[in-house]
Design a protein around this ligand. Structure first.
Ligand SMILES: O=C(O)CCC(=O)C(=O)O
Ligand SMILES: [Fe+2]
Length: 301
């Protein structure tokens, strides 16, 4: 029988990375205290209750998906910024980028009667264009008990190297059963999907995912968390949702003001009232990192 590796919240980032790289997924137990879980639920449930179910089989006709969590839920920001989880995301993605960004924030509520979701790879958000790199590191935080009966996430450990066309046999699938406050950590390459809910209650989890700073985000953070809201966030979270350059020449803008009244080509931090030196492109650090890479034969394959 296949099983997911489990570790306590005290596990080291390197230990978690080793398992996620090999198996594609693992469970970190007891990361949030019951009081934190209660705070997240209190903040998000009014939005969740008002959310209509999906319109197709993939999003789930008995599943609700509620986003913009950075803007809506201060408690959920602590999940995104959790030192171990964010540390895993940063290190997992580091070989393929200079900066990491939030890809999406979403409460997924699987309601009674929901059938199992198609087992898939989250990296298919970009189609099948990306090859030879890991574009994504994902989490699903349990806000209630996750059991096979109520739709605990189906996961296929070890499926990271499978061809896109392969589908798992029932015996290759296991279920991310966990208690509230635990978190499933999985890569964009592992096959997984929401489970069927044959119980009488809702399964409520929070999907927070991270991606390379140079890829398009699944949830458009500039619209879900516009500058007037983002300007009051912790600067590290501002950077993480995308209000910084993704690389030396990636993501600058020009405030469209009358002649001479604003700067030319600044980083998005400027839109949040953060002082940025007037600059055409990014920092010296990003320039140096880029020039070093293009000068070495390694990165040119
Ligand atoms: O809710 C879950 O357990 C997983 C959902 C999922 O994999 C997805 O919607 O991409
Ligand atoms: Fe998924």
């Amino acid at each position: 029988m296949v099983e997911l590796v489990r570790m306590s919240a005290q596990a080291k980032i390197e230990e978690i990375l080793e398992v996620v790289s090999r198996e594609g997924a693992m469970i970190l137990e007891g990361v949030l205290a019951p009081v934190q879980v209660a705070r997240v639920l209190e903040e998000v449930m009014p939005y969740v209750e008002a959310t209509k179910p999906g319109h197709d089989d993939f999003s789930g006709r008995h599943t609700t998906r509620t986003g913009a969590l950075v803007a809506r839920s201060p408690a959920s920001r602590e999940m995104i910024m959790h030192p171990t989880v964010l540390g895993v995301a940063r290190q997992f993605l580091a070989p393929w980028c200079e900066r990491v960004q939030l890809h999406l924030s979403q409460v997924i509520r699987i309601r009674p009667g929901q059938e199992a979701q198609l087992v898939h790879r989250d990296r298919w958000a970009w189609g099948t264009h990306l090859d030879r790199l890991e574009p994504q590191l994902n989490t699903i935080w349990a806000l209630c008990e996750f059991r096979e009966e109520n739709g605990a996430t189906q996961v296929v450990p070890g499926s990271v190297d499978w061809p896109d066309t392969r589908r798992p046999e029932p015996g290759e699938i296991c279920y991310a059963e966990m208690d509230p406050g635990s978190v499933l950590i999985y890569s964009g390459s592992v096959f997984h999907g929401g489970g069927a809910n044959v119980s009488a209650g809702d399964r409520i989890g929070v999907n927070m995912t991270y991606t390379l700073g140079w890829l398009r985000q699944e949830e458009n953070q500039y619209l879900s968390c516009p500058p007037e809201i983002a300007r009051d966030l912790d600067p590290e979270l501002q950077d993480l949702i995308g209000y910084t350059l993704g690389n030396y020449a990636l993501g600058y803008y020009t405030p469209p003001l009358p002649p001479g009244e604003g700067p030319e080509s600044v980083g998005p931090e400027f839109a949040l009232g953060r002082s940025v030196e007037e600059q055409q492109f990014g920092s010296e650090e990003l320039y140096d990192s880029l020039t070093e890479k293009v000068m070495t034969s390694d990165s040119n394959g």
